[in-house]
Design a protein around this ligand. Structure first.
Ligand code: MF3
Ligand code: CO
Ligand code: CO
Length: 274
């Protein structure tokens, strides 16, 4: 039995496995956190270039987050010591910023989560360093479509599995692999909360979607097989077959008739080329 809980300010922090249903203050808080997150990614469109290091990009994310009155939720999260994740080419997610330089043709995911006034705005986009291969660009395009097709399933009365079913169908049509080892998640006052939003599922399965739920949808789609492995640093997830991987993420809230995207780009910089 899925349990839901209408949250008041102090209750919503509990990691008790219930799906939280938020009120107007939650939507206001998430809009602000989400818009700051989106502005940070908008800035990245100009910063991602061959030659820049991922550490330099991380510094900009941290500074913009702090300037916006927020803190990077990843900083100190389970021992993670950076302000964002930057995942290049065959890195699926949780790439650690470093002195590594981007090179011509890289496809790059930057994932940011400012924590603003107690609310988490979690979003990622793909970026191109120079001009990637045709097959890389196609993967990125289809991955963006997967995110938006997933969001299009969201409305009260639909099931959580409808999201993953639509994403899986769209990706597998192109013979891409849908990563199973990482999921979207409920969020709000907590960074990662119930439910787990899987990106491959059976339509009609899982809990019912209700107005007031906040969640991320963040499909990771591989050019090859879905399988991933974790590097020795304990964070970096890469494709087992070394194939390219792409991801986009939005934080959304369920409304009476669909979804509100909290992390939409204010400048319309939704996907590359920017
Ligand atoms: N932002 C990631 C997500 O989408 C989580 C990153 S946690 C970190 O859920 F510690 F790896 F940064
Ligand atoms: Co997330
Ligand atoms: Co994220």
């Amino acid at each position: 039995m899925t349990q839901y809980q209408h949250v008041t300010d102090d209750m919503s922090v509990y990691r008790d496995g219930t799906i939280k249903l938020h009120g107007p203050e939650g939507y206001e808080g998430m809009r602000k956190a989400g818009q700051l997150a989106a502005q940070i990614l908008d800035e990245m469109t100009e910063r991602v270039q061959p030659g820049v290091t991922t550490g330099e990009l991380d510094d900009i994310v941290r500074q913009m987050t702090l300037d916006g009155g927020a803190v990077p939720a990843t900083l100190g999260y389970r021992g993670y010591t950076h302000s964002c994740c930057i995942s290049i080419n065959h890195v699926v997610c949780h790439g650690i910023p470093s002195d590594k330089r981007l090179k011509e043709g890289d496809i790059v995911n930057i994932d940011v989560t400012p924590l603003l006034d107690g609310w988490h705005g979690d979003t990622s986009r793909m970026f191109f360093a120079g001009e990637p291969s045709l097959k890389a660009k196609k993967l990125v395009e289809v991955t963006y479509e997967c995110l938006m097709i997933g969001i299009a399933q969201v409305r009260p009365g639909a099931r959580l599995g409808d999201i993953g079913a639509a994403i899986q169908q769209h990706a597998e049509r192109q013979r891409y692999g849908v990563v199973r080892d990482f999921c979207g998640h409920g969020l709000g006052r907590l960074f990662h909360d119930a439910p787990e939003v899987v990106h491959a599922a059976r339509a009609g399965s899982g809990p019912e979607l209700k107005a007031g739920m906040f969640m991320t949808i963040e499909p990771m789609i591989n050019l090859g097989r879905p399988h991933v492995k974790l590097l020795n640093d304990g964070w970096t997830a890469v494709t087992r077959d070394k194939s390219l991987s792409a991801q986009f993420e939005h934080s959304i809230g369920i409304t009476e008739d669909g979804a509100e995207i909290f992390t939409s780009s204010p400048k319309g910089l939704h996907k590359p080329p920017y």
